[in-house]
Design a protein around this ligand. Structure first.
Ligand SMILES: Nc1ncnc2c1ncn2[C@@H]1O[C@H](COP(=O)(O)OP(=O)(O)O)[C@@H](O)[C@H]1O
Ligand SMILES: [Mg+2]
Length: 566
């Protein structure tokens, strides 16, 4: 590979040699669970190392759940109110699953001068009324507009049900746009909105996980056009794209063509194995070889101008040292052990992030407080300044000042004199007191002057002691955190050693509460102090907590009704 192309480390080949990828658009394909998301993460991390001021936008779209949780930061979902007719057509076509070219004329009239989706809908409704007046009942035109109104209504309902931002906000290095739970139309609109903005910018990396959902082959979507444009934009603009999906052939050809790097993983279906092998230049990889790739193992097709290379490699997950990767390649470490290592690494990070986040929030709060304090001080300072000005203005003249000074000096001298006299007087007083006391002592020696002292004779005997230890009673209910933790303990949940993040998840699951990690930690520490829980440092950092075996019988759960329930 020539030096003209920036490259980054992606993994190791079977001979433990490092494999590098040029910094181009990349396509990642493989059956579910083969390590595509892991590959995306690695590429993101490596490109960020080279371009630290690059911004990453990840679209987390998979319906089955959050793939990117704990990675980067969620951002409010930005959408444009796009009312242009082609966009709306695409959007309606994907959400309805049918072509609506037939309706395009009516839609284009309705979108003219419309600023919002509601206005498009209102225009359609107005036109329906006009049509009803001018044409016989049940005309084709009436039917068309009627159907469009139904489509538009469904769309507007979909789009308006999500909390959205009208501004593109990408404050983080890695920004995750989580649209997993939104409708397909909404996903497309979000991707369209972000990508069309990013197209005018520089230094962005856009990650399109599940590419066939957003830029599929043989089908239009609301965002396919902008995705194509993004992948056409070259490295000159420092715009990069990663698109991943289960199969290479599911992704739009134009997007696929722009990806000079392909990372191809295992396929489960025979047909898919064949389709993948067919895509690899020179037919140098057989379908069987695709079928037998392990998790994290891929064939890379690496194209640079004038050269195409095909390499089998193990993808080194982000945060895993090369030496550990080599152990896996040599077979000294199983893939399960490696997965465990990755999970540990990530878990630690989530825990650290939680604590860190809270610390940040506390700092922010303190900052706010300091800011208010500062502004108060500033006000006081200004007041003082004004006062000084005023005083300066009202200052008496020099002669008067000198007189005042003299008078002050005289008063001071008088004061010093008075103090001296006072001291003399007090030493005289103490002399007299001593004198009188000694005189009295001499006169009546049997009287003790300190009558408050009492002497007691203690007879040394053997004494029995009865000690009753009062066990502290802890009252808690399932409405407070301590009670909830104790309930979990009573149910046996704390028999296993638990991390704070697990406790947090369990609290959310069992009681639908989400206290801060710091609060949870405090409560757990209190229960440790009270001898109910035990804890130890976890090998990957943080604490592990569990129920002291003998403490189990100390927790008594009483079921009562609350006042409301009664
Ligand atoms: N290179 C790898 N080495 C070790 N484990 C991996 C590797 N790639 C993925 N995994 C593990 O395999 C599982 C699935 O990976 P993931 O990237 O989510 O797959 P996909 O996105 O293809 O469904 C995860 O538990 C992940 O940690
Ligand atoms: Mg994935």
């Amino acid at each position: 590979m020539t030096k003209a192309f920036e490259t980054f480390l992606i993994g190791l080949d079977e001979k433990e040699k490092a494999v590098f990828l040029p910094r181009f658009h990349t396509l990642v394909a493989g059956a579910s669970g083969t390590g595509k998301t892991e590959a995306d993460r690695k590429i993101i991390a490596e490109i960020l190392k080279a371009i630290p001021d690059l911004k990453v936008v990840v679209f987390d779209v998979k319906e089955t759940g959050r793939d990117w949780e704990g990675f980067g930061h969620d951002v409010p979902i930005y959408v444009k109110t796009a009312t242009d007719v082609r966009f709306l057509r695409d959007l309606i076509e994907t959400s309805e699953g049918r072509k609506i070219d037939w309706f395009l004329y009516e839609l284009s009239i309705a979108t003219e001068k419309a600023e919002t989706w509601r206005e498009v809908l209102a225009n359609l409704e107005r036109r329906l009324e006009e049509t009803k007046k001018r044409y016989p009942k049940g005309s084709i035109r009436e039917e068309k507009i009627g159907i469009l109104i139904l489509y538009m209504k469904a769309l507007v309902k979909d789009l308006e049900s999500v909390r959205i931002s009208r501004e593109l906000v990408l404050p983080h290095q890695i920004n995750v746009v989580a649209v997993n739970r939104e409708s397909q139309a909404f996903k497309e609109l979000a991707v369209y909105s972000y990508v069309s903005e990013i197209l005018d910018k520089q230094k962005y990396l856009v990650v399109i996980d599940e590419g066939s959902l957003l830029a599929p082959r043989e089908r239009g979507t609301g965002c396919k056009r902008v995705i194509r444009r993004l992948f056409k934009a070259g490295r000159a603009a420092e715009l990069y794209g990663i698109v991943s999906d289960q199969e290479i052939t599911g992704i739009d050809e134009s997007v696929r063509r722009q990806c000079w790097n392909w990372i191809l993983g295992m396929q489960t279906e025979v047909a898919a194995q064949k389709r993948t092998a067919d895509q690899i230049p020179g037919k140098s990889v057989k379908p069987d070889q695709i079928a037998t790739l392990g998790v994290g193992w891929f064939y890379a097709v690496i194209r640079t101008p004038g050269k195409t290379e095909i390499k089998k490699f193990y993808l080194l997950p982000e945060g895993i040292p090369i030496e550990t990767g080599k152990m896996l390649v040599r077979g000294e470490l199983s893939i399960e052990e490696m997965m465990e290592k990755i999970a540990e690494l990530r878990m630690k990070k989530v825990d650290e992030d939680l604590v860190y986040k809270e610390r940040c929030e506390n700092l922010e709060r303190r900052m706010e407080e300091m800011k208010t304090e500062m502004s108060k001080l500033r006000e006081q300072r200004d007041e003082f300044k004004n006062l000084c000005e005023k005083l300066k203005a009202e200052m008496p003249d020099k002669v008067e000042l000198q007189n005042m000074k003299n008078e002050l000096e005289r008063t001071r001298e008088n004061l010093v004199d008075a103090q001296r006299k006072l001291m003399r007087y007090s030493s005289l007083e103490s002399f007299l007191t001593d004198f009188v006391r000694d005189a009295v002592k001499e006169a009546v020696p049997q009287v003790s002057p300190t009558a408050s002292e009492v002497s007691v004779n203690v007879q040394s005997t053997v004494t029995d002691f009865n000690v009753t230890r009062l066990r502290e009673t802890l009252s808690a209910t399932d409405k407070d955190l301590q009670g909830q933790v104790l309930l979990l303990a009573a149910e046996g949940w704390f028999k296993e050693k638990r991390r704070i993040s697990q406790v947090r998840d369990e609290l959310r699951r069992a009681f639908n509460t989400s206290p801060r990690p710091g609060t949870i930690e405090k409560t757990l520490a209190e229960l440790v102090a009270k001898g109910i829980l035990e804890r130890e440092k976890a090998s990957q950092g943080g604490w592990l907590y569990w129920l002291k075996p003998e403490a189990e019988k100390l927790i008594k759960v009483k079921n009562t009704l609350t006042d409301e329930a009664k």
